[in-house]
Design a protein around this ligand. Structure first.
Ligand SMILES: [Zn+2]
Length: 124
């Protein structure tokens, strides 16, 4: 049995650690909110991956966005890494959407189709 001092030490430790999730009030390490919202986001997708070029408010060639990929953020980041390498450009993952700098619609469509996704080019 742990001594009172050890028990208090544990309490102090967990209180100090105190990073709790504002939504569920669980400690962040056991919080499932992000995972749950990812599952909800993925469940809401229709199975079609959409590639779109966006230039509004951006310099140069704008970016190519890829939405609707049924992957978690961690998996999207891995995929984005591979796509950036293939296109030789930069990019990012935001809110479940991969952004690739420049206009790479054709090679992205090719790459994603090869990976087994149903891909549609959307927008301008
Ligand atoms: Zn939470």
């Amino acid at each position: 049995m742990a001594s009172l001092r050890d028990q208090l030490g544990g309490l102090v430790y967990s209180t100090e650690k105190g990073n709790t999730c504002p939504s569920c009030r669980e400690p962040l390490e056991s919080c499932r909110c992000d995972a749950d919202s990812e599952q909800a986001r993925i469940a809401a997708l229709d199975g079609v991956v959409r590639i779109r070029r966006e230039t509004s408010g951006r310099k140069g060639k704008g970016v190519t966005t890829i939405s609707g990929i049924p992957l978690t953020t961690a998996e999207l980041k891995d995929l984005a890494k591979a796509l950036k390498k293939r296109c030789g450009t930069g990019g990012a993952v935001k809110d479940g959407i991969i952004e690739i700098q420049g206009d790479h619609r054709d090679s992205l469509k090719q790459e994603l189709t090869a990976r087994g996704y149903q891909v549609k080019l959307a927008g301008g």
